[in-house]
Design a protein around this ligand. Sequence first.
Ligand SMILES: Cc1cc2nc3c(=O)[nH]c(=O)nc-3n(C[C@H](O)[C@H](O)[C@H](O)COP(=O)(O)OP(=O)(O)OC[C@H]3O[C@@H](n4cnc5c(N)ncnc54)[C@H](O)[C@@H]3O)c2cc1C
Length: 398
Amino acid sequence: MDLDYTPADDAFRAEIRAWLEANLPRALREKVLNHKRLTRDDIASWHKLLGQRGWSAPAWPVEWGGPGWTETQRHIWDAECGRIGAPMVLPFGVSMVAPVLMKYGNEAQKRRYLPRILSGEDWWCQGYSEPGSGSDLASLRTRAVREGDHYVVNGQKTWTTLGQHADMMFCLVRTDPAAKKQEGISFILIDMKTPGITVRPIITLDEDHEVNEVFFEDVKVPVENLVGEENRGWTYAKYLLGHERTGIARVGASNRELAFLKGVALKQKKHGKPLLEDPVFAARVAAVEIELMALEVTAERVIASTSNGRGPGPEASMLKIKGTEIQQALTELMVDAVGPLAAPFDPAFLEGEHAHAAGGDDDAAPLAAYYFNYRKTSIYGGSNEIQKNIISQMILGI
Ligand SMILES: Cc1cc2nc3c(=O)[nH]c(=O)nc-3n(C[C@H](O)[C@H](O)[C@H](O)COP(=O)(O)OP(=O)(O)OC[C@H]3O[C@@H](n4cnc5c(N)ncnc54)[C@H](O)[C@@H]3O)c2cc1C
């Protein structure tokens, strides 16, 4: 079934488009459109602005301060934010830990954390992966031992995205080493200022500090920070991962990047003509554009079926694979289009300190770093190979 937009949906689109045009700060938009790096303040200030308008958590129910939008309205919101170049609201609080708290948290946890997540007051990070426990997450070894009214946590997490800014971490820990591996895990909330926590940067291929290692040495976590029941954390962790993969198709952002690519390829010349008119290059662009159109229709079909009350299920894996393949293909074409102009690496320009790039071409200069950064998309959120396993088991029944 396809998604039919009603006149009310069209009116909704017009309303949010007008609001975004009026309220998204120009400097922030320019950074996103031009592949510059966002600071903590960039991300936090946009979250706060959306929070004031009541739009920071599109999927939340009205009861907890969400806008109560339908699936279709949320899809329109994502598409419009992508189109205009709005920064992403970080998923860790709003779309990962919050749904877990709403379903499995106690009243005190909900009342304490949900309003702060909505307003952007607390910055959350995800403590799932460990060295040796990524795809095989249930093998995780970070240990939490109960001592009176607190747990003592020892171990290490890795790849913790933006953990250097975080106030809180939702964390999977092993509370029963004797049980079957999925049955000895608990889901706890850790204040990142607790003594014994060390956050160390991992510098990625693009020389950015986006991910971290986090070490725990005798870290005391109050028992009241346990979510749900002890040793039932795997159930909550899986519930959260279902939310992590929705929205990962990022159709709106890819449409924006496709338009950027075409702009760059019009500017570049091959044999005196715009590169975009070169039949071989044009065919490569067209191939990605067709894939993107197919993804958009597929995402809308998935939304149409979830609007009828069925959860997104394993279809989310298809959207993740296709969405990330397209994102990566676009970055490849951009780098191919500008060739050596992508080579100069100027971090001060990427971070917005210099108005112009050392290499002389402001559009092209960030593209190599952007290309390298986007290698991550087929790894995080469950690697694309793991998504293929899910499809083969859950959809194809192999
Ligand atoms: C930029 C970035 C940000 C991240 N942010 C976070 C974060 O904030 N918090 C967090 O907890 N984690 C985070 N991760 C970790 C991410 O979830 C893991 O990297 C991912 O799950 C893969 O695990 P791994 O790195 O241990 O690779 P491995 O599991 O060791 O996999 C290595 C390779 O083997 C393949 N493979 C493994 N098992 C199978 C199988 N059964 N069948 C077929 N192929 C298989 C994988 O696809 C991959 O290609 C992040 C990762 C990246 C790159």
